[in-house]
Write a protein that binds this ligand. Structure first.
Ligand SMILES: O=P(O)(O)OC[C@H]1O[C@H](OP(=O)(O)OP(=O)(O)O)[C@H](O)[C@@H]1O
Ligand SMILES: Nc1ncnc2[nH]cnc12
Length: 172
């Protein structure tokens, strides 16, 4: 199945120069959605992962069904202030200002094998910091998995120490 046909490219959104990859048409096509997640699951089923960890909103749309198919747990990294229990906060710098990801302190255990999953890899800043957070808690990242990769933006180089998988590629 050609998944690119199910991804809508919107020029100059959310601002001029950005070529936005909109996955909502793929998500609402049941066959395409299932094919995409099953394909990702097939790529990472032999990694021995015990947990899928995904950053925030859109990562969850891929991370949750991936964890379900693999039969392993799911942990979501949230923006600060959105989790009710005791949290671990990972602060990081982005090109334009700072950001942070938060996780329940007891959600990721030392030594656990983790797949980091997101819907899109661009500069790799988000995935890299998700990985750093996971490692800070003593777990091991066995792969980074994405529905879409923007190959010209350097994400794969930033994640060069990790096995990086993507299903659909665009230059930017
Ligand atoms: O590789 P990067 O340059 O870090 O870009 C990729 C990230 O950008 C988007 O998230 P966004 O920050 O828009 O937040 P969202 O989770 O609310 O979708 C996307 O879901 C990735 O997480
Ligand atoms: N071009 C893009 N389209 C959709 N989401 C993104 N996140 C970062 N870059 C993106």
């Amino acid at each position: 199945m050609d998944l690119k046909q199910k991804i809508r490219v919107i020029p100059d959104y959310p601002r001029e120069g950005i070529s936005y990859k909109d996955i909502t048409p793929l998500l609402r096509d049941g066959r395409a959605f299932r094919y995409a997640v099953q394909s990702l699951a097939a790529e990472c089923k032999n990694k021995g992962a015990e947990l899928v960890v995904c950053p925030k909103a859109r990562g969850l749309m891929i991370g949750a069904p991936l964890a379900y198919i693999l039969g392993i747990g799911l942990v979501v990294l949230r923006k600060p202030g959105q989790l009710p229990g005791e949290v671990f906060t990972w602060h990081y710098d982005l090109e334009f200002g700072g950001d942070a990801l938060e996780v329940h302190r007891d959600a990721i255990r030392p030594g656990q094998k983790v797949l980091v999953a997101d819907e899109l890899l661009a500069t790799g800043g988000t995935a890299y910091n998700a990985i750093r957070l996971v490692e800070e808690l003593g777990a091991e990242v066995v792969g980074a998995v994405f529905l879409i990769e923007l190959t010209g933006l350097g994400g794969r180089v930033k994640l060069r120490n990790y096995d990086t998988i993507s299903l659909v590629q665009y230059n930017y």
